[in-house]
Structure formats: C-alpha cells, structure tokens
Design a protein around this ligand. Structure first.
Ligand SMILES: *Cc1c(COP(=O)(O)O)cnc(C)c1O
Length: 342
C-alpha cells in the first residue's frame, strides 16, 4: 500500500464524519439559510475569539478575499517571499486585488518586526500605499515552522503604529496550536483577519473560513460572491468541517510525533541533510545531493512512498491522519535503499 506523504490535503473523511455529513440539515447558504454552515461559522469564530466568520471552498479563496477586503488596486501588501499567498495562489494578489507585493526575505518563512520596519515606505505620492501585512502560521515552505507569538505581537504593534492591517494565513494554525498548547484565540488576537483550513490535517473534505470583525466579514461575503464562492446547500461539506474542528484538532499531535520520528530516521541516512530542530509540526523537509529531488521522488514512488520535490535537491514529506506510526517507520529504509542504489 502506498504511504502517501505528499500533503495533508489528501486526508479523507472518516466513517464517523461521513455519518454526520449524511445527517446534516441544509439550506441555501447565500440566503443565510444553511443551519450547518451557520453553526460552523459561529463555532470557528468563537474558537478564534472573533465576532464573525465566513465559510469558503478553499484557503486560496479565503486568503484572496481577505486581500480584497483590506486593499484597493495599487495598494501594497507586505509578506514573506516564500509565503503561500505569493508563491502558490496563481498570481491572485495581482489578478484579483490589483495589489503590489512587497516581499521580505524571512528566515524559513519568519520575518521580524525590525525587518518589517525596514520594508515600510514613507507616505509619499511616489510610493504605493502600504495597507496590509500577511503572516503564515505554520509556514508551509518554511517546513511547517511555527511563528513565535512574541514576534507576531511585535509585528502587530508596528502595524498599529503605521495604520496597517494584519492578516494571518492560518491554513495550518491548528498545527501551531497543537504543537505549542497556545490557544487559537491567542494566536488570532493580534490579527484583523485569519484564514483557517478544514481540509488539510483536520481531514474534512472541503473548505476554509475567513474570520474577523462583523464589518470585515460582511465585506468578505460580498467578495466571496463576486469571486464565485457563494455556495448553496453547503451544509453537506460544512458538517465535515464542523466535525473535524470538534474531534480532530487534538490528534494533530500524533502527526507531529510521526514527523519527528520520520526526521530522526532520515537524518541517520548518509547523504541526507536535515536539522531535527527544523521539524516543528507535521512537515519534514530534507535535502540530498546524491540525486536530483525529482528522480528520488520518482524512484520512491516505485517503493510505494509518495513525497514531493519542493526544490532541486529538497524533498517534502507531510504526516497526517491517514498515515500510521508503523507506516512512518518503514519510510527511512526505503529512502536509504533508493539513495544507495544510485
Ligand atoms: C494549502 C494552503 C493554502 C490554500 O489552501 P487551498 O484550500 O488548497 O486553496 C493557503 N495557505 C497555506 C499556508 C496552505 O498551506
């Protein structure tokens, strides 16, 4: 059987989740009539300590709608150069909001308040207007790195002083919470809007939510509709998200233990380069100069291990709900076999 570590997006609804989905009461969500969507939105807003939430089909949509909520064409957003918003959303900031991206080269996805101050521009008609700062927690291309809360709070202070809004791409915020024991509402407090995902590690089939003030979320509903994300009997999928939020958050700790044990196994292999301290949540990045990453990925696939190449010599493996500790234990030996045979 394939040990699929390509992404935590491959997780499928469990039998218990499917049961809840089958029973979910539904209505027309664009009219505000879907009781399951309404319950999900109230529940996730409560978890994050914000006034309101809006359910959308994807994390790309919640992020892109948030940008549109906070900016007008020509405005500038400030974000890490490896951030999902910049790297993986099809040019959305330019295409959907007409926003300029000002990039900060963070360290494994994390930049500091000092680095933010360095990127700010004075008010001057020559410059685009800086409007929004975006952070990502945990950081995908940073290898699942957790944004330190104190750094977030320092950045929020800079934003307040300079009248900048602050958005969190929290697709894997639940992982940060499980790893640190810090409440989602504590992490969310410094932000104006937060995007969270239900279909990654939590294992729901579809969807993300954007969370924030009544005013911001009302505006977000308008852009959700404009971008084509107004859904009808969405309670069918919201039920899975609600179930996942209630019952699958705590178990993310197992994924983190599995990631650590995978990393421990991999770093014993000659030719594999990996820092154990870099593995903070459910993502393991490792490097090898023995062969190109794409070739390693291909040959591992023949050994029933699926991973992704995320750089010429960098491989990503993600642990999640559908891989067991026993399966994880088999992976290092297969990686070693492929590297040896090369
Ligand atoms: C997956 C991901 C998204 C986008 O989510 P989709 O639902 O796949 O559109 C946004 N941000 C981060 C950090 C992600 O990992």
């Amino acid at each position: 059987m394939m040990i699929d570590l390509r992404s935590d997006t491959i997780t499928q609804p469990t039998p218990a989740m499917r049961e809840v989905i089958a029973q979910a009461p539904v209505g027309d969500d664009v009219f505000g009539d879907d009781p399951t969507v309404n319950e999900l939105e109230a529940y996730v807003a409560g978890l994050l300590g914000k006034a309101a939430a809006v359910y959308m089909p994807s994390g790309t949509m919640t992020n892109e709608v948030a940008l549109r909520v906070h900016t007008e064409p020509g405005d500038e957003i400030i974000l890490d150069s490896e951030s999902h918003l910049y790297y993986y959303e099809g040019g959305g900031p330019a295409a959907l909001s007409g926003a300029m991206c000002r990039l900060i080269q963070g360290t494994k996805g994390i930049f500091t308040a000092g680095e933010l101050v360095g990127a700010l521009r004075p008010a001057d008609p020559h410059f685009p207007k800086s409007k929004l700062v975006c952070l990502e927690n945990t950081h995908n291309r940073g290898g699942g790195r957790i944004y330190p809360l104190s750094t977030i709070e320092e950045i929020a202070q800079v934003c307040q002083r300079h009248d900048l809004k602050l958005h969190l791409d929290g697709a894997r915020l639940w992982n940060a919470c499980a790893a640190t024991g810090i409440d989602a509402s504590t992490y969310a407090a410094p932000f104006d809007t937060v995007s969270v995902c239900f279909s990654k590690g939590l294992g729901a089939p579809v969807g993300s939510a954007l969370v924030g003030s009544e005013e911001h979320i009302q505006r977000a509903r308008r852009f959700r509709k404009l971008f084509g994300g107004g859904m009808r009997q969405a309670g069918m999928i919201a039920a899975g998200a609600l179930y996942a939020l209630k019952y699958h958050r705590d178990r993310l700790r197992e994924d983190h233990i599995n990631a650590k044990s995978l990393a421990q196994g991999l770093r014993q292999i000659e030719g594999v380069d990996l820092e154990l301290d870099d593995v903070q949540t459910n993502i393991v990045l490792f490097h090898t100069e023995v062969m190109p990453a794409t070739a390693l990925v291909q040959q591992l696939r023949e050994q029933d291990v699926a991973v992704l190449a995320v750089g010429p010599h960098t491989i990503r493996a993600v642990t999640h709900l559908m891989v067991s500790a026993e399966q994880i234990q088999q992976v290092p030996a297969r990686v070693e076999a492929v590297l040896r045979s090369h």
